[in-house]
Design a protein around this ligand. Sequence first.
Ligand SMILES: Cc1cc2nc3c(=O)[nH]c(=O)nc-3n(C[C@H](O)[C@H](O)[C@H](O)COP(=O)(O)OP(=O)(O)OC[C@H]3O[C@@H](n4cnc5c(N)ncnc54)[C@H](O)[C@@H]3O)c2cc1C
Length: 508
Amino acid sequence: SGRVLILDNHPIFGGEAKRNDFDVNGFHISGPQGSNDFGIPTIDGGPDDYFSALNMPREFNYLEPGGSASGMRIPIDNYDWLTWQERRFDVGHFFQDETKPWVKDVWDSGLNMTPWNKKIRDAFTYVRSLDRRNEDSSETERWLDSITLKSYYEDKLGLPPEVTSFYDPIMASIIGLGCDAVSAYWGKYFEMPGFYKTSEYNETLLQSFPGGNAGIARHFVKKLNPEAIEGNSFENVLFGKIAFNKLDQEDKPVRIRLNSTVVSVRHKGQGKKHERVQIVYAKDGQLNQLNAKAVVMASGGWVNRYILKDLPPDYHRAYSEFGHSAVLVANIALTNWRFLQRLGISAAIWSKGFGFSCNIRRPMVIGNKSQPLHPDKPIVMTFYAPIFKPGLTRKEQGVKGRTEILGASFSDYERQIREQMTIMFSDSGFDPVKDIAGIILNRWGHAYVNPGLGFRFGMNGNIAPPDIIREPYGRIAIGHSELRGHQYWSGAAGEGRRAVEALLNLHF
Ligand SMILES: Cc1cc2nc3c(=O)[nH]c(=O)nc-3n(C[C@H](O)[C@H](O)[C@H](O)COP(=O)(O)OP(=O)(O)OC[C@H]3O[C@@H](n4cnc5c(N)ncnc54)[C@H](O)[C@@H]3O)c2cc1C
C-alpha cells in the first residue's frame, strides 16, 4: 500500500544533525549538537541533491556584528576557518606559555611570531604552497588510498612530524582520527595543504543554520509530513513547534515512531510472495514486532552488524574494516563575548589542553527568530573536541576515545572547559562565573567512520568494503552516510535514496 514507517531510537529525529537550544537573558541562542555545515548541492535532481527534493532555499544571509565588534570577521560555520578559509576570518592561534600567546594572521605576517623553529615554519610554508590538482589520476588516488596521510606528509613530502601533528586534530574533527589512521586519499579529498595551494582556495563558504544541520532534518520531516512541524514559513520549519502527536498517525503514508530502538531485523518466510522482513524493536519498556516488505537500514555499521541477524558473512567481513571514533561537541552559552572582541578574534586554535579549537558563528538571518550578534549579548561558542590517540591502531584509538568520552563526568568536562577558557581568555577579561550561562555536552561515541587504507578503492584487488555493504541482500538495503567515508548530509541523502531505489527495483 506504499506506506513507510521510520523507527528511531531517540526522543527526537535528526540523528547526528540535532540542535542545542539555550535561553539566555531573554535571547534564544542555538548551536549544533554535531553536524553543523552544508554546501549547497548542484541542481541536478540526482541522489545528493536533497535541496531540490525538499524545495530548500539556496541563498542565505547572515548578521553583521554590531557595537564594538563592527567589522570583525566572524565565521559562518565551525570548520571552514580551520584551514581552508582561515584568511577570511579573525582567527587567533594560541601558544600557551609564550609572553605574547596570541598570534593572528599566522600564515602570512604572523609566522615569525610563533614559537615554531625555522625548520617547522619553512615546512608549513612549503606544504601550503603545493598544488597537486593537476596530478589527479585514478592511479594517484588509488596509491593515496594505500598509504596513510602521515606517510604522505612525512615520507613523501619530507615534512617534520610537528606539521603532521598540527593537521591531526583538523582531520580528526572532520573524519574522526588523525593523519596516522586515515589514508592519504582523504587529505586530497578534503583539499588539505599538500594537495591544494591554500592561498588559492576560493570556494564558496560553507553555510550553517543556527542549530547546524538540524535545519535540514527539519526540512526533511516537514516534507514527509507537513503536520509534523507547526507553520509553513522558513522560520517556522526551523523553529516551529514539533507536533510529536502527529508524527506517527495511522492514516499517513510516512510515519515516524520515536523512542523505538530496533534490536533485531531478519528475513522470514520463503518465496517472493511470502518472504517478509521481521523487525523487533523496544519502546516504552516493551518489545514490539512487525513485518515489512522491505527495510532500509539508515543506521551505521556499529549498530547494523549486531541487529541484522542474517547479515551474510562477506558483509560482516566488510564491516570489520570499518572503525569509528569519538568526538565531543561542547556548546557554551555565553552571556557576552566582549573578551573575544577585545582580542579581535572570533575563532581560536591551540595544541595544549582541552580540545583544540572553538569559535562563535555569525547567525543566519531568520525573520523574527534571528539570534543576536553583538559582543554585549549572548552567543553560543562551540568546541569540537575529537578524541584521537596517535600511535595506537585505528580501532584501538576508537575504543580508547569512546571509553574516555563516556567515562568522564559532566563536571570533569565542565572543569576542563572552564580552565581552558580561563587560560586563553582571562587576560582579555573573561570571567567564567559571569560569562558562562550554560554548557551542553554532546558525546558522540561513534561520531564518524574512520576510513583506513583501501576504504575507498579496496586493497590487493579486493572490492572496497562500502561497495559490499551497498549491495542489498534479500529485502534489506543499507544506506548510511558512513558508506561515503566522509559523513555529510548530501552523502546521507544520496546513500538513503540509493538504498530505497534498489529495493523498489527489486521488490515493488
Ligand atoms: C560531530 C559531528 C559533526 C558533523 N558535522 C557535519 C557537518 O558539518 N556537515 C555534514 O553534512 N555532516 C556532518 N556530520 C555528519 C552528519 O551529521 C551525518 O552524515 C548526517 O547526520 C546524516 O547521517 P545519517 O542519516 O547517515 O545517519 P545518522 O545521523 O547517524 O542517523 C542514524 C539514525 O539512526 C538512529 N538509530 C541508530 N540505531 C538505531 C536503532 N537500533 N534503532 C532505531 N534507530 C536507530 C539514530 O538515532 C539516528 O537518528 C557530523 C557528524 C558528527 C558526529
